[in-house]
Design a protein around this ligand. Structure first.
Ligand SMILES: [Zn+2]
Length: 223
């Protein structure tokens, strides 16, 4: 028998109330401990019900409310206070299992966050390449990074959308399918690293135009 059943079968709310210092009169009524009760408005028997504030429940609810405990802790407190034997159901296994599940879930979350970060970085890079390497002349040979941007941008955007908005099943399927590719991409991005940044600066900067002010220098010089 688990602790809830054992307690409910053994202790009435009235017994618990009296044990916890609440006076119950001969009519089975008590001043309600859950509201400012001047007359005994709480009927206390196997269960309890307050006609003043509507508090209602069984002995476990009563104890939980009285001590601010969750139901399990309240039941365990009652079992201890009334020396009620009960069966501990596979408690250890449950705890262990919870930890294992939690860490697996956590690992998955971390992997998902990592994939999202890599894809997002890559997406921004593609958008940058698309602008920075756009051919200026019609017959100019396209820069490979511009080609890559055209080819990959939509697909990467789609993958990001899945990771952002789809169900956990869809996301997990995506990571299963593209995980390896994303990790490769991560290595590539880190190798590009400083080199790519330097490249950005060069391309991103407007081409230096001849100073229209000529030999006069900057206008700041006149101030
Ligand atoms: Zn009440």
């Amino acid at each position: 028998m688990n602790v809830f059943e054992a307690v409910k079968q053994t202790v009435t709310t009235r017994q618990a109330a009296e044990c916890y210092g609440i006076y119950v009169n001969r009519a089975g009524k008590a001043n309600c401990p859950f509201h400012n009760d001047r007359t005994p408005s709480m009927k206390v028997d196997k269960r309890f019900h307050c006609f003043g504030c509507g508090a209602d429940g069984d002995v476990i609810d009563f104890t939980a409310q009285l001590y601010g405990l969750d139901a399990k802790s309240a039941a365990e407190k009652l079992a201890a206070d009334f020396q009620i034997p009960y069966t501990h159901y596979k408690r250890k296994e449950t705890v262990k299992k919870t930890i294992r599940e939690k860490s697996e879930e956590q690992m998955y979350r971390e992997l998902e966050a990592r994939c999202f970060r890599v894809l997002s970085d890559y997406f921004h890079l593609l958008r940058h390449w698309e602008r920075a390497y756009a051919p200026n002349l019609e017959d100019e040979t396209w820069h490979p990074l511009f080609v890559e941007a055209l080819q990959k941008k939509d697909h990467i955007e789609y993958l990001l959308d899945v990771l952002l908005y789809d169900s956990i099943e869809e996301r997990a399927a995506l990571i299963k399918e593209y995980g390896k590719e994303v990790m490769k991409l991560e290595r590539r991005l880190s190798e590009l690293g400083t080199g790519a940044e330097r490249e950005f600066e060069d391309v991103g900067r407007e081409p230096a135009l001849p100073d229209p002010g000529g030999s006069q220098g900057s206008s700041g010089g006149e101030r």
